[in-house]
Design a protein around this ligand. Structure first.
Ligand code: SAH
Length: 245
């Protein structure tokens, strides 16, 4: 059955109101009709069975019952990602969603290729959110991925900086001694934050700045991985060690 997201805060009793984008997809692309059955995701972990009651610019649906509710959220894994060029960033957002990343913080650091204007950043953000949502539906993920608006590197370091429960790992090809198996608390930590650089990597100053903000540098081995390979490897290994895979 087709799945769509709805905003649970817009729910009125058993009535769910879908966004303009989901409504357009239902009415114009799929041409679903009043009375058709659908599944609705609230993005918080519950999947509902529903029946369309109104089609058009804003689709309305009657919620008939809960199909499944995710009991435990598991550990949260946050990815601070240096913005990659074009489709590479799209791929990373999609794969991180599939791999269960909770939240992504895209940042612009000094070696990012091309700086985004405010308007470009907004458009990219909307695009990544769409990709994340589509990936959630495709991989049958019940909790949506949160994708933050792009920020500068310094701003990204201040994000969640007062949360001492987060274990912060910055992946750096110049780190020669500490590997993931040297970090003892991955299985115990309730939240993990992984930071990965853009294609051009981090400058030494950026790494120092992160260390001062509580990030530990970690190696993924002697080979320099392409940015997207590094992110997906780091996320996969950490998710395995954290018991989320
Ligand atoms: N500009 C660098 C490589 C950057 S690779 C160079 O060409 O020398 C992009 C990102 O992938 C890096 O910022 C880092 O976060 C991650 N990365 C790649 N290889 C890595 C490795 N062996 N260990 C840890 N992180 C790595």
């Amino acid at each position: 059955m087709r799945r769509f997201f709805f905003d649970p805060s817009s729910r009125n009793g058993d009535k769910a109101f879908l966004s303009e984008e989901e409504s357009r997809h239902i009415s114009k692309v799929l041409r679903l009709k009043t009375g058709d059955e659908i599944e609705l995701l609230d993005g918080l972990g519950t999947l509902y069975h529903a029946v369309i009651t109104t089609v058009g610019r804003q689709v309305e649906a009657q919620i008939e019952g809960v199909v499944v509710k995710e009991a435990d959220v598991g550990k949260s894994v946050l990815v601070w990602q240096g913005i990659l060029k074009g489709e590479k960033m799209d791929t990373v957002v999609q794969k991180c969603t599939e791999l269960g990343v909770t939240e992504m913080m895209p940042f612009q650091s000094s070696r990012c290729q091309g700086k985004l204007s405010r308007i470009q950043a907004r458009k990219k953000h909307q695009r990544w959110q769409r990709i994340g949502q589509a990936a959630c539906k495709q991989c049958l993920r019940l909790q949506s991925i949160k994708i933050d608006t792009p920020v500068t590197y310094t701003e990204s370091l201040s994000k969640k900086s007062d949360d001492n429960t987060i274990l912060r790992l910055l992946f750096w090809e110049e780190e020669k001694t500490t590997h993931l198996h040297d970090i003892p608390n991955i299985a115990k930590a309730c939240s993990l934050a992984l930071m990965l650089g853009p294609e051009g990597g981090f400058t030494r100053e950026e790494v120092e700045q992160a260390r001062l903000s509580g990030w530990r540098t970690v190696s993924l081995g002697d080979r320099i991985l392409r940015a997207e390979t590094a992110t997906l490897s780091a996320v996969s290994i950490v998710q395995y060690l954290a018991g989320n895979l």
